[in-house]
Design a protein around this ligand. Structure first.
Ligand SMILES: Cc1cc2nc3c(=O)[nH]c(=O)nc-3n(C[C@H](O)[C@H](O)[C@H](O)COP(=O)(O)OP(=O)(O)OC[C@H]3O[C@@H](n4cnc5c(N)ncnc54)[C@H](O)[C@@H]3O)c2cc1C
Length: 266
């Protein structure tokens, strides 16, 4: 159910030149129940002294949507919905963006209003394998989905037969834009049903990447680096509208059924 939350900033971590991880603590109500993949609506206050944003009254807050990037239920033994008294947002700071500037300047003393959770970009309840094809901060809802699904399942060994395989293909421009590498390496080390590849679209060689990490990288785009399975796999796409349209066209041209494609446009 969508609710209004009063919160405050707990931490702000800069991950790259333009991507930050924000953690918000909930004050009232103090628990958020959400399904991994859902988003929150941020209310950005506007000054009465400034001209109104298009379509709004003077002083009326503007709304921006941000996918929850963190684990749903740290203490739950079950995957799926879970409660938490804080949550993370992964945000690309857009120069002169209204919400971006607000978030960049935010301190822990300022009350921040959210509504949520909302959205349908959540795991379908089936036993199909899951392939995630995401670009940039499109990793945010997928991180929440993967952390929750894998952390709440038993670790697998290379000899066991996992029920569901999770494959992540994550597109970023260059090696300097990479974050969460250690986290995904650790997840893959513990869960043999999780593999990931970071696809660097603007690098021409992988030699600048430390040798031990090179296995996790490929050159090119996410769809350059995939073997499609048409029978037992769902494809989850997240990124800009242009990227999503292009990936949907690619999957459709390769005979993936529309009902096996789940997407979120940022
Ligand atoms: C369901 C959903 C979930 C989302 N989740 C996330 C998330 O987890 N992390 C995240 O970072 N964003 C996410 N977004 C995007 C987010 O809602 C904002 O659109 C984004 O942060 C820009 O807001 P802003 O107010 O800072 O910029 P605005 O003031 O809206 O835009 C300023 C200018 O920048 C342009 N602009 C807007 N976005 C971009 C962009 N990505 N690249 C280049 N130029 C741009 C605009 O056209 C405008 O000219 C999500 C969007 C949706 C619909």
């Amino acid at each position: 159910m969508v609710q209004t939350y009063k919160s405050h900033l707990l931490s702000k971590q800069q991950l790259t030149h333009n991507v930050y991880l924000f953690r918000f603590g909930l004050d009232e109500p103090n628990e958020l129940i959400f399904t991994p993949g859902q988003y929150m609506i941020l209310f950005v206050p506007q000054s009465e002294d400034e001209p109104a944003s298009p379509g709004l009254q003077r002083g009326e807050p503007i709304c921006r949507l941000y996918s929850i990037a963190s684990l749903a239920s740290p203490n739950s033994a079950l995957a799926g919905e879970g409660g938490t008294n804080s949550f993370e947002l992964l945000i690309e700071i857009i120069p002169n963006g209204l919400a971006s500037e607000f978030l960049l300047k935010l301190d822990s003393a300022t009350e921040v209003t959210f509504q949520g959770p909302a959205g349908q970009f959540t795991l379908a309840q089936n036993n199909k394998d899951k392939v995630f094809m995401v670009t940039g901060t499109g990793i945010a809802p997928v991180r929440s989905i993967l952390l929750t699904a894998l952390t709440n399942s038993q670790p697998t060994t290379h000899n066991s037969s996992p029920i569901t395989n999770y494959q992540l293909l994550w597109g970023l421009p260059t090696f300097k834009d990479v974050y969460f590498l250690e986290e995904f390496k650790q997840l893959a080390a513990v869960h043999s049903n999780f593999t990931f590849t970071i696809c660097l679209s603007r690098e021409t060689k992988l030699s600048s990447i430390p040798e031990e990490d090179r296995q996790f990288f490929k050159l090119g785009h996410v769809n350059d680096n995939i073997q499609l399975d048409l029978t037992n796999t769902d494809y989850y796409l997240c990124g800009s509208p242009k990227v999503i349209e292009s990936l949907k066209s690619y999957l459709a041209a390769n005979n993936v059924e529309p009902n096996s494609i789940i997407f979120e446009k940022f």
